[in-house]
Design a protein around this ligand. Structure first.
Ligand SMILES: Nc1ncnc2c1ncn2[C@@H]1O[C@H](COP(=O)(O)OP(=O)(O)O)[C@@H](O)[C@H]1O
Ligand SMILES: [Mg+2]
Length: 338
C-alpha cells in the first residue's frame, strides 16, 4: 500500500482515475495542497467539506477546466485507463472532460441556453461528438430525457429551459453529462440548489445511472447528510487538504478525524430526533492564512495538543485501509460516537 492512495489498501481492480499530489495555487495563495486519491470503476465516491475547502477547484483541475492564466496546477501523476498525464506547469493538461468524463457543474443556472429547446441542446452532443444527423440526434435526446425520468420525454424535447422546474432542469443537465456514456461522472453539489424533497430523487437518479451505465461517480457536497447513504467511499476535505478517507461505513461508524466527527454530529438523525445536532464551532479557515506550520483544524478542534499548533500532520494509512491526517486520531477513536 502507498501512503497516497485512498483506495490502495483495499483495491482489487485497477483504478479508473489516480490523482497524486494535486496542488492548485492562485498567485501565491495555495488553495489545494497535495491531494491524492484513486477512483474505482463503477463506484460512488463522495468528496465532502465545508464551502471554501477546495472541492470544486480539485474537480476542475482534474477535468482540465481551470484557467491556467489564473491558477498554477501541479501534481506528480494522473492516470485514466492506463494513460498518464502529468501537471508539470509547462504542458497544458488536456484534462479528462469530454467523452470519458461527464460533468455537472456547481452553478447550473448558466449551463442551459435559454434560447434553445432542451432537445436541441442535448441533440447537439450527438451531432458534434457522434456525427449523427439532426433527426436521429433528437430521437437520442428524447431517449436521454426518458433515461433521467422526465415524464413524457418525447413531448418535452421541444420545450425551453424556463418551462422546466429546478429539479427537472437538473435532470436535463445530468442527461447531457451522461449522454456520451462517460466512464466517470463528476457532479459538483448537484442537489444544493434544490428543495429537500427533490434532493433525494436526484441523488437516487445519479445512483441508478451509475449502476445502469456502469460509470464511476465523484459526488461533491458540503452536506454529508445528503450523500452518505449511497456513497461507497468518502473523502473529507478541509482547508485545501484531504484529512480523512475510507469506506463510507469506516467514516460514519468510526471517523477518526475530529473534523469528520464534527460533520457527522451535524447531520440530523431522522430516526432519533432527540439526538442534538451539534454544529462545528468556529469559522472555516480563510484561504489567505497559511497552514504550513500547523494543523488547519487546530483552532476549532477539541482534541488539540501542543504539536498540532507546531507542525502540520501528514496523512497516515491505518491498518483497516482508511487514511487520516491527525496526530491524535487514536484518542479521537477512543471517544465513541454517540
Ligand atoms: N482566483 C482565486 N483567487 C483567490 N482565491 C480563490 C480563487 N479561486 C478560488 N479561490 C478560493 O479558493 C477556495 C476554494 O474554492 P472552491 O474549490 O470553490 O471551494 P469549495 O468548492 O470547496 O466550496 C475558496 O475559498 C475560494 O474563495
Ligand atoms: Mg464548490
Amino acid at each position: 500500500m502507498t501512503a497516497h492512495g485512498i483506495d490502495s489498501a483495499t483495491s482489487r481492480t485497477a483504478p479508473l482515475l489516480s490523482v497524486r499530489d494535486l496542488s492548485v495555487r492562485a498567485g501565491a495563495l495555495p488553495l489545494v495542497h497535495g491531494v491524492s486519491f484513486d477512483l474505482e470503476p463503477g463506484t460512488m465516491t463522495a468528496l465532502v467539506g465545508e464551502s471554501g475547502s477546495g472541492k470544486s477547484l480539485t474537480a476542475q483541475a482534474i477535468l482540465g477546466l481551470l484557467d491556467r492564466e489564473v491558477y498554477a496546477i501541479s501534481g506528480t501523476a494522473m492516470a485514466f485507463q492506463g494513460g498518464a498525464l502529468g501537471f508539470d506547469g509547462r504542458r497544458r493538461p488536456k484534462g479528462f472532460h469530454g467523452e470519458l468524463t461527464g460533468y455537472v457543474m456547481q452553478d447550473p443556472s448558466s449551463a442551459l441556453d435559454p434560447t434553445m429547446t432542451v432537445g436541441r441542446q442535448i441533440a447537439e452532443m450527438f451531432v458534434v461528438h457522434r456525427g449523427m444527423d439532426r433527426r436521429s440526434a433528437l430521437r437520442e435526446a428524447a431517449r436521454m430525457l426518458d433515461l433521467v425520468r422526465i415524464p413524457q420525454a418525447a413531448a418535452r424535447i421541444g420545450d425551453y429551459p424556463h418551462q422546466f422546474s429546478g429539479g427537472m432542469k437538473q435532470r436535463v443537465l445530468i442527461a447531457m453529462a451522461v449522454a456520451l456514456s462517460p466512464r466517470l461522472l463528476v457532479a459538483d453539489e448537484p442537489t444544493t440548489a434544490l428543495d429537500v424533497t427533490v434532493q433525494a430523487d436526484i441523488l437516487a437518479l445519479i445512483d441508478d445511472l451509475r449502476r445502469q451505465l456502469q460509470m464511476a461517480v465523484l459526488i461533491i457536497t458540503h452536506d454529508f447528510g445528503v450523500v452518505y447513504q449511497c456513497a461507497d467511499r468518502v473523502m473529507v476535505m478541509y482547508a485545501g487538504k484531504l484529512v480523512e478517507g475510507g469506506a463510507t461505513l469506516q467514516i460514519t461508524e468510526s471517523g477518526r478525524h475530529p473534523y469528520t466527527r464534527g460533520l457527522i454530529a451535524s447531520i440530523p438523525d431522522l430516526d432519533d430526533l432527540d439526538r442534538p445536532v451539534v454544529a462545528i464551532p468556529g469559522q472555516p479557515p480563510r484561504p489567505e492564512r497559511s497552514w504550513e506550520g500547523s494543523c488547519a483544524f487546530q483552532p476549532r478542534c477539541s482534541f488539540w495538543v501542543a504539536r498540532c499548533a507546531a507542525e502540520p500532520p501528514e496523512m497516515e494509512a491505518l491498518d483497516d485501509g482508511a487514511l487520516v491526517r491527525c496526530f491524535e486520531w487514536r484518542r479521537v477513536a477512543q471517544e465513541r460516537l454517540s
